[in-house]
Structures are given as structure tokens and as C-alpha cells.
Design a protein around this ligand. Structure first.
Ligand SMILES: Cc1cc2nc3c(=O)[nH]c(=O)nc-3n(C[C@H](O)[C@H](O)[C@H](O)COP(=O)(O)O)c2cc1C
Length: 187
């Protein structure tokens, strides 16, 4: 049986990010479930706000070219994002907007044929639940097939121990279920 390659993309670059902690946990679950995980640090993927003139003059920023290549090389994505005023945060929107563009002669849609799972973590009670359908719709418009199951981790400040380990058992179970489905779909 093949090991699906799964790119885990946190939507926050913050040092103590709850979404990053959930992403670290999820990447471990991917590995333990028979997949190969690549966990991104979004500090390495910052990019100027997309601007058509910038693109015409300089092309795609190198970091976005790398992100584009990584997305193409993986079978599936797990996007784990904060909710900003109900929406997908600009870090992700900007990165995915860049990646959706052709890279020189390479005009293929990097997202085409990918499958994805979406997750969110928030200190709020609802765990980013308003953002998830928007993230799902965004990915779907990029050509990605999203799993119906998802994770919305609320009160995230009490979900991890001091070492950053996920201690919320319900959330841990949900992550396992979502990861198992994504791996099954990509075998
Ligand atoms: C501009 C802004 C808007 C936010 N809007 C929401 C929101 O709509 N819902 C929510 O649950 N949390 C909201 N938050 C709080 C974030 O969930 C919180 O800052 C969280 O820690 C960010 O994710 P991170 O820990 O992964 O960096 C907002 C935070 C910022 C900075």
C-alpha cells in the first residue's frame, strides 16, 4: 500500500499559535496512520500582498514558487487555520492567491486534483466554525476536493499542555478520524 504524501499547512505564523500546535499534532497523527507528513512553518512562506504589477515585473516570489511546488508534489493538504472576523486570515488567502497563478511557463493549476481536510483552533468557544465553510469554499474554487469531516477546536488555551501536546481527547479523536479518511482517500 502506498503512503500518501500530505502537506500540513498552518494558517498562522505566530510563535505560540494554537493552530500551529494543532498542526504539529496532526502531522504526527498522519505519520502514525501510514501517511507521510510535511509540516510547513508559515514564517518561511511570507510574501508581499498579491499585486498584478509586481507579478508582471518580478514574477512569482521565490517563496511562493516553493509553496506551489510543494503543493504539486503532495497528494493531499490539511489546512489548519485561525478565524479572523469569521474569515480565512490574509496570510493564507494571499499565499493561495499567489500559488493559484501560473509560474512562468508552468501554467498548471497546482491545486488541481488535490484532496484536503480543514481544521481550525481558536481561544473562542466556537473554534473557528464560521471560517471553515469559507476555507472549504475557497479550496473548492481552487479545484480541491474537501472532506466533509473537519475539526473545530474551541477554548484552545486549555487544549494543550505546557509542552504543546494536545490533551483534549475529543479533539484528538476527531483529528484521528479526519486523518484516517484523508489517507484512505489517497491510497
Ligand atoms: C484580526 C483578528 C480577528 C479575529 N477574529 C476572530 C474570530 O472571528 N473568531 C475567533 O474565534 N477568533 C478570532 N480572533 C482570535 C484568534 O482566534 C486568536 O488570536 C488565535 O489565537 C489566532 O490563532 P493562532 O493562535 O493560531 O495564531 C481574531 C484575532 C484577530 C487578530
Amino acid at each position: 500500500m502506498s503512503s500518501p504524501k500530505i502537506l500540513v499547512i498552518p494558517g498562522s505564523a505566530r510563535k505560540d499559535s494554537f493552530n500551529r500546535k494543532l498542526a504539529v499534532h496532526t502531522a504526527k497523527v498522519v505519520e502514525a496512520s501510514g501517511g507521510e507528513a510535511t509540516l510547513l512553518d508559515m514564517n518561511a512562506f511570507d510574501a508581499p500582498l498579491y499585486h498584478g504589477d509586481l507579478e508582471t515585473e518580478h514574477g512569482m516570489p521565490e517563496r511562493m514558487q516553493l509553496l506551489r511546488r510543494l503543493i504539486k508534489e503532495h497528494d493531499a493538504l490539511i489546512v489548519i487555520s485561525p478565524e479572523y472576523n469569521g474569515h480565512v486570515p490574509p496570510l493564507l488567502v494571499n499565499a493561495f492567491d499567489w500559488v493559484s497563478r501560473p509560474d512562468g511557463e508552468d501554467k498548471a493549476n497546482a491545486f488541481a486534483g488535490k484532496t484536503a481536510a480543514v481544521m481550525a483552533a481558536s481561544p473562542g468557544r466556537l473554534g473557528g466554525i464560521r471560517m471553515l465553510p469559507r476555507l472549504r469554499a475557497f479550496l473548492s474554487d481552487l479545484g480541491v476536493l474537501c472532506l466533509p469531516s473537519q475539526v473545530a477546536l474551541g477554548t484552545a488555551f486549555s487544549a494543550f499542555d505546557d509542552g504543546g501536546k494536545l490533551t483534549d481527547e475529543r479533539a484528538a479523536q476527531q483529528v484521528e478520524t479526519v486523518v484516517a479518511r484523508l489517507i484512505e482517500l489517497n491510497r
